[in-house]
Write a protein that binds this ligand. Structure first.
Ligand code: 9MR
Length: 368
């Protein structure tokens, strides 16, 4: 009985060792390939940070030299109750990154989403101000010198380039962004400070981001960089806008980063009238067409999109400091659940078994 169990464990260990051997040693390493160009990061969840899956851990250690916590440093996790902080997961992240020689980008200090429950119905200005000041001071100071950078403010813009009417905008006024950076600069003098948002490659929203950066600079406050999130679709890449954005942001003297890269392959319910269709069974099949696997032609389109993007990143490598993927393998991507729940999406470089996809090899080819 005992011998049988030992045999089973040994077999499992050998299997794991073999797989991790294949994954970790037999394919090129992105962080090595691009080491003179930019950091290569991944958003990690708590089970990845705590090394629950040795195969995945070997892959992460081999491929990435930068980590962004996908959720654990958001306000609802860091300060779940008024003035009660939960530092444990973030401390684990810092230890994990130090052990593996990875940079850490803290995500995010001020964001309208994933706020603690006590914030959601807050009416009174003084309470919002007190949360804002204490949250930034406490967390930025604690991790100064332990992490490398912060997304100080995340997603403060509407699509038309005006400021989002968030609780912070409403209660603190439009200067809250400059104030957030001022507080972060004081509390974390050794940490880089970034503004991060999606769709800011699009002209109107980009103009809004430029206005934010200029306003912070004009106030004499430090902002070190801007993160273009990069949630795009393989069949619809805004390459020209991306290139213009890199140039325009770089001209402001800040670092440019691609911070949440993933290229979905599924239809977008907001195109045409397909949103309505998604509610019918015929519509659901149309909106979720690849449940049986990623067709070769779609994988090739995605590989080309990733290659085009990395060629552009390399062209502007003097301005671009980091490329972070929003996840590791397709199985855990947020895009399986958004904007429609329960779909099978394929946005990343590694598949559901953590094997490299054609997109991985097309990215590798640009780096050679
Ligand atoms: O990937 C994150 C997912 O696990 C969370 O449920 C979601 C909650 O809003 O946030 C996702 O990450 C977001 C990131 O923090 C900010 N930019 C958009 C990302 C995708 O929604």
């Amino acid at each position: 009985m005992v011998t049988k169990r030992i045999l089973k464990i040994a077999l499992a260990a050998t299997y794991l060792f073999c797989i991790s051997g294949v994954v970790s040693q037999d394919i090129p390493s992105l962080k090595e390939l691009f080491k003179n160009d930019f950091l290569i990061g991944a958003a990690l969840n708590i089970s990845q940070i705590t090394e629950k899956d040795p195969v995945e851990d070997a892959l992460i250690r081999r491929q990435f030299n930068s980590v962004t916590p996908e959720n654990i440093m958001k306000a609802e996790h860091m300060q779940p109750r008024w003035n009660e902080y939960n530092f444990e997961p973030s401390d684990q992240l810092v230890a994990y990154a130090r052990k593996n020689n990875m940079k850490v980008n803290g995500h995010a200090l001020i964001w309208h989403s994933q706020l603690p429950p006590f914030m959601r119905q807050m009416k009174d200005k003084d309470s919002v101000r007190s949360f804002f000041v204490n949250h930034i001071n406490t967390i930025a100071a604690r991790y100064d010198g332990k992490i490398d950078s912060w997304d100080v403010v995340n997603e403060a813009l509407e699509e038309d380039g005006t400021l989002r009417k968030s609780i912070f905008w409403e209660k603190l006024g439009e200067d809250y962004i400059v104030e957030a950076f001022r507080l972060a600069q004081k509390a974390a003098p050794n940490t880089k400070l970034y503004y991060n948002d999606y769709n800011i490659e699009q002209p109107k929203k980009r103009a809004g981001a430029i206005a934010i950066i200029k306003k912070i600079q004009a106030a004499g406050v430090r902002i070190d960089g801007v993160g273009i999130q990069g949630h795009w679709r393989s069949y619809d890449m805004p390459l020209k806008n991306i290139e213009e954005s890199v140039k325009e942001f770089a001209a402001l003297g800040v670092e440019v980063m691609f911070t949440e890269l993933d290229l979905g392959v599924l239809p977008n319910p907001w195109d045409g009238n397909s949103a309505e269709l998604s509610k019918t069974s015929e519509g659901s099949a149309r909106m979720n067409p690849y449940t049986a696997g990623l067709p070769d032609s779609v994988a090739q389109t995605q590989a080309k999109a990733y290659a085009d993007l990395f060629k552009l990143f390399l062209k502007y490598r003097q301005y671009i400091t980091r490329i972070t993927f929003w996840g590791v393998g397709d199985g855990h991507s947020w895009l399986n659940g958004w904007p429609i729940r329960g779909r099978t999406n394929y946005p990343l470089l590694f598949d559901r078994q953590l094997q490299p996809k054609p997109a991985f090899f097309s990215v590798v080819a640009t780096g050679k």
